[in-house]
Design a protein. Structure first.
Lengths: 255, 375
């Protein structure tokens, strides 16, 4: 059973020297395979920073604490090593990569993560099946990655990658933002399909409770002021739906 | 009509003449020479080059196409252009034999026509002339493949008749000691289509000046270029599209990658829309991807518009390093850094390479780009 453990994580934006700003101030979180965790918090609370720090984005510097995956030191790994170790970040704003086709990209990623190139025919079949399940037009396979895709199309492709790479721990950074209800349902079904297999832990980062009507979390964490300020079950999401983040923002600000 | 010997055309193209003496020897301070390292031209620009060098030309024409070797006085030569700088005039004054490619009226060539130009010795200069004539409504693809060691200056004329369509791929795949200064003059008839791909990969110094002039309305020119400059290499492309008649179209898209110390790429794009060229639709673009420290890019788009009645006119130029966000995204899917970098470069250049219609040329260019990335 895969386990992601985050202990007392401190992260700054910048190189960690003068002029850098601390955003995460001691995050503690444990995510195990088969569990779905929702991290909810107001804008600017540091939710996305947590996602990017786990993935290893160069813009962020870890100034303290540990992140381990099954006991292995994640912070010591390069970005691609983390992905091959089984971490996946579904991005809020996936970048457009001109001239790199979706199918070429997926095949390269699958080859890297699985450690060997899949047979072309089997790969094509697998990709087509995964695209069908997410209602993605097969023509997208030959298009440049994310180029000219709508917001909803980009998010579907993030979930497509998630389903094909089968990570141990998937971090979904505001995958629900900017989606209409239909796209939200398709994306949520993808996440549920994936979570149901029980092989993956899901960390769902969101600003809104809307997606939690379709993806049922086992745990809900409230994020404010760069750390987790409250933990609970699905009932916590309902409380946030009704009362908002106000009391947590105040608590976070006073830390 | 097109380039004119008497009146100044524009700030960048002030004169044109068949006489070498009508051009001052460049000093390097002139706008059109300031990016070119003149001392590396081996005298092509000042008449001091020994002219006993040779370029060996092998032709593999399509069955419907004729390729002839002709003497200097052949009446078909020099109809489509007037030399626009001293090296072009020098090449016109100095070549001994020319190659004429003819595609007869209304004939559609069933295969590409390939001219292989090979140099065996760069120590003496060679001068060349090639004229490609598409008679009205003809269609053809012509490949000019340059390789070997040479110090070479030439003029290439593309005469595209009314309603004809010509696609040209010029591959500058020289050895490291070569110098090549080339002018490619295209003249388009009414409703003619011209597509050009310049692929510049090898050579110490390559300076290619493609230009397009229109003789009638409805002309359509697409000019593409891909280059990969390594340490010490100077690769220069100077585009001129002269819109002198109404309702013509032009597109320019040149992209290059640079790596290692003193790799130098120059791109000059000039589009002139004259007062009488109403309804012109033009866009020119240059992008450069800088892969290492120590390189230099000069990219200058120019647009000289003399009428307000245009359908569209624009230009863009951007040079920069590999985008960290692209690399992060690919790496975040498990793809190692070096492979991610290759995919991004390959993709960036590949969008133009995939437009090359001749499959084996396309494969060759793709392989050459891979080899550059392996260096």
């Amino acid at each position: 059973m895969a386990t992601l453990e985050i202990r007392d994580l401190h992260v700054s934006v910048g190189d960690g020297g003068e002029g850098s700003k601390e955003i995460l101030r001691g995050v503690n979180l444990t995510v195990k395979a088969g569990e779905t965790h929702a991290i909810m918090g107001p804008n600017g609370s540091g939710k996305s920073t947590l996602a990017y720090a786990i993935a290893g984005h160069p813009k962020y510097t870890v100034t303290g604490g540990t992140v381990t995956l099954d006991g292995e030191d994640v912070l010591d790994m390069s970005v691609d090593e983390r992905a091959r170790a089984g971490l996946f970040l579904a991005m809020q704003y996936p970048v457009e990569v001109p001239g790199v086709s979706v199918s070429n990209f997926l095949r390269s990623a699958v080859t890297a993560v699985r450690g060997q190139a899949p047979k072309l025919r089997e790969f094509s079949k697998e990709m087509k099946g995964a695209m069908d399940a997410l209602s993605i037009d097969p023509a997208f396979a030959q298009r440049s990655l994310n180029e000219g895709f709508s917001g909803g199309e980009k998010k579907r492709h993030e979930i497509l990658q998630l389903e094909m790479l089968k990570p141990k721990i998937a971090v979904l950074d505001e995958t629900d933002s900017g989606l209409d209800v239909d796209a939200l349902k398709v994306v949520s079904e993808g996440v549920n399909r994936f979570g149901a297999a029980g092989e993956t832990g899901v960390l769902l980062i969101t600003h809104y409770t809307r997606i939690l009507r379709y993806v049922k979390p086992d745990f809900v964490h409230v994020f404010a002021g760069g750390k987790v300020v409250a933990d609970g079950g699905p009932e916590l999401a309902e409380e946030l739906e009704n009362e908002g983040y106000e009391k947590y923002v105040k608590a976070g600000a006073s830390l | 009509m097109g380039l004119d010997t008497t009146k100044p055309l524009s700030t960048l193209h002030e004169r044109a003449s068949f006489e070498v003496a009508d051009f001052e020897v460049p000093t390097g301070r002139e706008e059109e020479w300031r990016f070119t390292p003149l001392r590396r031209l081996r005298g092509l620009h000042n008449g001091s080059a020994d002219a006993d060098g040779k370029i060996i030309i092998e032709a593999a024409p399509a069955p419907e196409v004729t390729v002839e070797t002709v003497a200097r006085d052949d009446a078909r030569l020099g109809k489509a252009f007037v030399p626009a700088d001293r090296v072009s005039a020098q090449a016109w004054a100095s070549f001994t034999e020319a190659t004429v490619v003819t595609v007869p009226k209304e004939v559609e060539a069933s295969a590409p026509t390939v001219l292989r130009l090979r140099g065996e010795d760069a120590s003496a200069a060679a001068y060349g002339h090639t004229t490609v004539i598409l008679e009205p409504f003809a269609r053809a693809t012509v490949v000019l493949a340059h390789r070997g060691s040479a110090t070479y200056a030439d003029n290439v004329e593309f005469v595209v008749g009314d309603g004809a369509a010509l696609s040209v791929i010029s591959l500058q795949d020289w050895d490291d000691d070569s110098v090549h200064v080339s002018h490619q003059y295209a003249r388009l008839g009414r409703d003619a289509r011209f597509t050009s791909h310049n692929i510049s990969l090898g050579g110490d110094l390559v300076r290619v000046s493609p230009s397009v002039a229109y003789d009638g309305p409805g002309g359509d020119a697409e000019l593409y270029g891909v280059y990969f400059a390594d340490g010490g290499q100077h690769l220069e492309h100077r585009l001129l599209v002269d819109h002198s008649v109404p309702n013509c179209r032009s597109r320019v898209d040149y992209r290059g990658a640079l790596q290692d110390q003193d790799a130098h790429a120059v791109w000059i794009g000039d589009v002139i829309i004259r007062a009488e060229a109403e309804g012109t639709d033009t866009y020119e673009l240059n992008r450069n991807l800088v892969l290492t420290d120590g390189t230099r890019v000069d990219s200058v788009p120019n647009l000289e518009i003399l009428t307000g009645e245009v359908a569209g006119a624009g230009h863009a130029s951007a040079s920069g390093r590999l985008d960290d966000e692209h690399l992060f995204y690919l790496q975040a899917r498990g793809i190692p850094f070096d492979q991610a970098r290759r995919m991004v470069v390959r993709g960036f250049l590949g969008q133009l390479v995939e437009r090359i219609e001749v499959a084996d040329v396309r494969a060759k260019v793709e392989a050459a780009i891979e080899a550059e990335l392996d260096r």
